[in-house]
Design a protein around this ligand. Sequence first.
Ligand SMILES: [Cu+2]
Length: 200
Amino acid sequence: MNAPQRVGRRAALAAAVTAVVLLPATSAAAHVSVDRVEPRDDGTSAVTFVFDHGCDGAPTDAVQVTMPEGVEALAAVAPDGWTVDVTPDQVRWAGEPVADGEVTELTVDVRMVGTAGQSFVFPAVQECTSGDSYDWADTDGSGAHPAPMLVATSSMLSAPPAPAAPPSVPMGPLVAALAVASVGAGVGGGWAASRHRRRL
Ligand SMILES: [Cu+2]
């Protein structure tokens, strides 16, 4: 038996990575889990999921991961022989069957908005050639099918969108300014109308 091989291809997403955050070994290489998070300079992060077994021995041919609230999928890399469909809320990888026991990486670029220390849970469905599938959706981590999750550090997080700027002019003067503007428009309109009449 060969040692498990990493077949993921992350070179395409590896540019501008500022730090790699390794997750606790308890979650790595078991079920479908988050293996690591690589924050980038632009506030996005590359999240790499990993799985190392199929469904009761059957090869894996698809994995679908749902983004939690606050996380938007931007792009993803497919392992060799697989393709990937990305929407902001969901990423689905599928392709040639991956043998049970073979370690496979699935990397997605995300924008995460939240607070440092916040847990983000990524429910995942693993599908196998046998027709079986595993729903990795337990959110408390102690169930039989724990969902992939990560705990955000500040370097992984994007700044939230700026709130709408409050009106800088107090209401009284603003109303006065609008009144002046409309009077001006009335004057201008009257002038244009009279000019038009004169031309007739
Ligand atoms: Cu497992």
